[in-house]
Design a protein around this ligand. Sequence first.
Ligand code: NAP
Length: 338
Amino acid sequence: MPQNRRFLLQRRPDGDPVPDDFELATEETPALDDGQFLIRNRYASLDPAMRGWMDAEGNYMPPIPLGDPVRATTIGVVEDSRAEGFEKGQWVMGLNALEDYSLGASGGFTQPIDPDMVPEVTNYLSIFGAVGMTAYFGFLEVCEPREGDTVLVSGAAGAVGSLVGQLAKIHGCRAIGIAGGPDKCARLKEQYGFDAAIDYKQFSGDEDALAAAIGEAAPDGVDVIFENVGGVILDAGLMNLNLNARVGLCGLISEYNTEPRGARNLWQLIVKRASIRGLLVADYVDRFGEGAAKMGEWAAAGKLVVDEHVDVGLENAFDSFMRLFAGTNEGKMILKIA
Ligand code: NAP
């Protein structure tokens, strides 16, 4: 059996993850039992939620046990099989780990995918994967946008945020994006069609100044917030809500490596009779086919631009993962394993 490089979690990160929290180990690939198949992982999705799985508490998934490889969604090719329905050479996708080879089992979460159905097989990790479905169901079902609404998106240049901004435009809304740095802000308008872009880094955590900038970009107020970041950015957005506004809480990435600052302006929900609702893409798994079909239609019609940031090499897993927190990923963060 082939050797298997595995990116192991050796210590729970305390704040920002550091290289010593992990180890790239080489182990023997175990022999297959009946009902199992061996996956040669080709690409892995690097997601902010993985940071929560590294903590002792976990999040919507249990913590990764110390010494285990870091859990990740991967797509790969069946290398060997003793499982009915899984043939050598077949493409599959599932919740596996950052490693060269993963074991799959019939009846498990790993499912066949058809690379001929999509422009690039990596699209299963972006527009047709959890990221695309988060944008689709999170925006359209949780935020209930109406034509003419003003929609504020944080983390707007990222994988989920860039799709939400484009969905807002497709649905006749005015889209305002918040992102870090002038280049990302230019991309928001030029590439994704946002009507206005705000560089939060210009305000160095000054909530009032950021709230004023949002107010300038949204003189008639904000009807929908799609929140990916939290902290000061969420609080500044809350100060601009319209009556009966909806806040879809998708992520709080500014707090994944720090003690939560918390939301301080929740009183605005009372004043504006607004609602705030958390969303979890896992709730929509049964409807992914429906969401993927619509996203595929818009992409084929040139209405949705999808960016993927592909780094190469399992040995670069740490640096690639940390891009999500440094903001140096330009699109859906993907690691090419082989
Ligand atoms: P992403 O936006 O492609 O990448 C993360 C981006 O977050 C970075 O590029 C960076 O952009 C920004 N960021 C990082 N640290 C920040 C900080 N301290 N303050 C402000 N911005 C910061 O990642 P993604 O996969 O699309 O995920 C976006 C959000 O959606 C995350 O919060 C994630 O947890 C959430 N999510 C939720 C679900 C769900 O089911 N609820 C599913 C998928 C994703 P800048 O350069 O602009 O700072």
